[in-house]
Design a protein around this ligand. Structure first.
Ligand code: IMP
Ligand code: MG
Length: 184
């Protein structure tokens, strides 16, 4: 149990329990990296990491890849301070690399409603990439509001709000090495 102050409110008690321990995460990340390396082979890949949540996953994933790639970052905002999507997505920091003709691999933390990735996919497609694939650490498949094909997923889960390994609850808990589910 930890105490956190959310957006300057009074301190609240958050109860959480481990869902995916670090050794299990490491095994899945290394397996996904193998699949990605095998599938792209000799092709040069532009990895587009969605900030902020995917930064820890990206760091581990890229160090397991046997592939020629470059990395760029985009920051999309869709969440307020709660645990439900607002449905409004904005680009707050954009990638700098030209996308045209490239094989793009989007690296995301969680696909939930799918609204964020549907938006990003549409936006990238406007610049005529050669291909777009999606890699997410967590796929909350049953919560989709729009169809999104996930090409690589670390874990599929149904319900619950999770933190740690880059994932936050109101900017808290990103640096926990394991993934926890919040029990509120
Ligand atoms: P979507 O647009 O509903 O698919 O929202 C996806 C984004 O919501 C993810 O990239 C996360 O940043 C955030 N998100 C969804 N579920 C969780 C969660 O359980 N913990 C932390 N962030 C989450
Ligand atoms: Mg995200």
């Amino acid at each position: 149990m930890v105490k956190v102050a959310l957006k300057g409110e009074t301190v609240r008690h958050i109860r959480k329990k481990i869902l995916y321990p670090r050794d299990l995460i490491a095994r899945r990340v290394s397996q996904i990296a193998k699949d990605i390396s095998r599938d792209y082979g000799d092709r040069e890949v532009l990895i587009v990491c969605v900030l902020k949540g995917a930064f820890v996953f990206l760091a581990d994933l890229t160090r397991c890849l046997d592939l020629s790639f470059s990395v760029d970052f985009i920051r999309l905002a869709s969440y307020g301070s709660g645990t439900e999507t607002s449905g409004r997505i904005t680009v707050t920091t954009d990638i700098e690399t030209p996308v045209e003709g490239k094989d793009i691999l989007v690296v995301e933390d969680i696909v939930d409603s799918g609204l964020t990735l549907a938006f990003l996919r549409e936006r990238l497609l406007r610049y005529n990439p050669r291909s777009i694939k999606i890699c997410t650490l967590i796929d909350k498949k049953s919560r989709r509001e729009v169809a999104i094909d996930v090409d690589y997923a670390g874990f599929v889960m149904d319900d619950g709000f999770i933190v740690g390994y880059g994932l936050d609850y109101d900017e808290k808990f990103r640096c926990l090495p394991d993934i926890y589910v919040i029990e509120e």
